[in-house]
Design a protein around this ligand. Structure first.
Ligand SMILES: [Zn+2]
Ligand SMILES: [Zn+2]
Length: 332
């Protein structure tokens, strides 16, 4: 039996076959460590906002879109396909580039082989449980047809409200400090919203009728992230409504939307990091959510805030945690 370790080395053991090709550590952000770890927290913030990360990537996308690709404010005062269609096509393009790019590199061209891949399966699956009997087509269909449409609907509502002065905004030059606070707080707001919404989606009637579509994917890839039922997209993307009531900058609202709509391509990539020539290019999936797709009733949140540890649904990837989770399930 061979296993890849964190640094990509191969070890040999006589243990029973592992269900994982690679077990990543589940590490919560030090932002909420107790007792506090201020230096580690500062380092984590620096890694997130100063190095190449999905956060800096989405901030760049948001600044570029806001500066060069935003329809004219006057035209956005009325709902018209003249500007809504370009917004839809731009969002379609962004998701295809991010999820499609990751899929091509990691699964089609196998750019890093199996290195840091959690699940031993090499390719997406086929079978009756998927639309079109094909996991990849299924995932692309739900991501684009439902995901991009509902993401665009929220974006259109937001900019229609901004253009008409119904939604309050803050200028960057007048409020640079608030802009920075918003930027730093956005991942935490998203983490809390995701935990609450995700727990609601695991309420059995909603799980069966809605969330099970996302959970068709036990072996996940970049396109699985936004592969959701339309009702789940409405719930999941509703965190952006915070910008409808609390004044922020449109760039912050766009960063928020990209974090919702594009980050799942990374978090479901199936590989812990994207490697180029064995060197980390960017962080990708976390083992925490991979475990949720494998075991369902654990790890409902993400690693930005340790909700699962606080509420007793934490799985650290060990066999002992699997046993404990099964015993908990039996008791329930
Ligand atoms: Zn998921
Ligand atoms: Zn779930």
């Amino acid at each position: 039996m061979t296993n890849n370790t964190a640094d990509g080395q191969t070890t040999t053991s006589r243990a029973k076959p592992d269900i994982w090709n690679y077990r990543g550590p589940v590490i919560f952000s030090p932002l909420c460590s107790w007792p506090p770890k201020p230096l580690s927290a500062l380092r984590a913030i620096g890694t997130r906002w100063v190095t190449l990360s999905r956060n800096t990537l989405f901030l760049l996308f948001a600044v570029l879109v806001y500066s060069y690709l935003l329809p004219d404010m006057n035209s956005m005062k009325t709902l018209s396909l003249d500007w809504i269609l370009p917004v839809f096509l731009r969002n379609l393009f962004l998701l295809i580039v991010v999820a499609g790019g990751l899929h091509l590199y990691l699964f089609t061209f196998r750019g890093q082989g199996d290195k840091l891949k959690f699940d031993p399966k090499a390719q997406m699956e086929t079978g009756h449980r998927y639309s079109f009997n094909n996991q990849l087509y299924d995932n692309i269909f739900w991501s684009l047809a439902s995901g991009v449409t509902l993401w665009t609907a929220y974006e259109v509502m937001y900019f229609w409200g901004v253009a008409n002065g119904v939604i309050p905004t803050l200028g960057f030059s007048d409020h640079p400090f608030l802009f920075a606070i918003w930027l730093l707080a956005t991942p935490l707001v998203l983490s809390g919203h995701f935990y609450v919404v995700h727990r609601i989606l695991h309420w059995p009637p909603l799980y069966k009728s809605v969330h099970s579509l996302h959970h068709r994917n036990t072996h996940i890839g970049p396109w699985s992230g936004m592969s959701m039922h339309p009702v789940e997209h409405i719930f999941y993307l509703s965190s952006v409504l915070i910008h409808f009531v609390i004044p922020s900058h449109p760039v912050i609202a766009l960063v928020h939307m990209y974090t919702r709509a594009l980050a799942p391509a990374f978090s479901h990539a199936g590989f812990e990091k994207v490697l180029v020539d064995d060197k980390k290019l960017i962080e990708a999936a976390d083992f925490h959510h991979q475990l949720h797709h494998r075991f369902f009733e654990c790890n409902y949140g993400n690693v930005d805030i340790p909700w699962d540890r606080w509420f007793g649904s934490y799985h650290d990837g060990s066999d002992e945690a699997t046993l404990q989770m099964r015993q908990r399930r039996k008791r329930v």
